[in-house]
Design a protein around this ligand. Structure first.
Ligand code: MN
Length: 259
């Protein structure tokens, strides 16, 4: 089993080191991750500046780009083989509900999925790295179980997994979840810079709006691991027919051949 590891917190983050340590004995692993923290970069690709790949002393490779850049470069020329699995994380903080839209952790995994490779994004629910060893051990057991079930290396899938920050024995079983929802984000924070200009900090993510039974928020609050299968198609399938009728009333094109 060959596993490509990336993240969005940067190649020095404790989460990716723990992920590497957890997987290096059960697979051939390669770490290619951003040089800097790239949280909330989603699937961004760097198109207007060159990217360099540097080997760190611990063997990890880092890129002066985004999480998606790392996986994209790895799969489109850097690696001379095709990994069986792409794993991303372990992220410093939850990626639940709407977080998945912004998450660079999910973005790295999604890039693998877009290349046709099974991919999993892993996040710890809290941001303090508490019980990271337990999360990493959980990841290893999950990947091993998936390999035994012959899920790895065949049909691509994209899974989003959130792990509560608990001792290994207290982490609950894996619960399949839908994504919850958050309220809109907190207000932007305004500050004056030394030249008297107004600068803006993006505010915190919003509070939870939908944490009903069956959501990732609900499962992790109960101490379970949440697993949500994600898809890339953003089409609003439920409203296709509504919009088909509505769209026909919006712009009446003159038939071709009209004088
Ligand atoms: Mn992050």
């Amino acid at each position: 089993m060959k596993i490509l590891i990336s993240n969005d917190d940067g190649y020095l983050a404790p989460g990716i080191v723990a992920l590497y340590e957890a997987l290096k004995d059960i697979a051939e692993v390669e770490v290619i991750a951003p040089e800097q923290n790239n949280s909330a970069k989603s699937n961004a690709l760097t198109l207007h500046s060159p990217l360099s790949v540097t080997r760190a002393s611990n063997g990890f490779r880092y890129v002066n780009g985004t999480p998606a850049d790392c996986v994209h470069i790895a799969l489109s020329g850097l690696l001379d083989y095709r990994p069986d699995l792409v794993v991303s994380g372990i992220n410093n903080g939850a990626n639940m509900g709407d977080d998945t839209i912004y998450s660079g952790t999910v973005g790295a995994a999604m890039e693998g999925f877009l290349f046709g490779i099974p991919a999993i994004a892993f996040s710890q629910v809290e941001r303090d790295w508490h019980h990271l060893d337990a999360a990493a051990r959980t990841v290893r057991e999950l990947v091993q179980a998936m390999e035994r079930q012959q899920l790895i290396g065949h049909t691509p899938f994209l899974l989003n997994v959130n792990i509560p920050n608990l001792p290994f024995e207290q982490i609950g079983s894996l619960k399949l979840c839908r994504l919850g929802r958050r309220h809109a984000a907190e207000k932007v924070i305004q500050q004056q810079n030394p030249r008297g200009e107004t600068m803006y900090w993006i505010g915190a993510a919003g509070a939870v709006k939908d944490d009903a039974d069956g959501t990732d928020f609900h499962a992790t609050a109960q101490g379970f691991m949440s697993m949500t299968p994600l898809k890339v198609d953003l089409t609003d399938h439920d409203h296709l027919s509504y919009w088909a009728q509505t769209a026909s009333r919006l712009i009446a094109k003159v038939p071709s051949g009209y004088p």
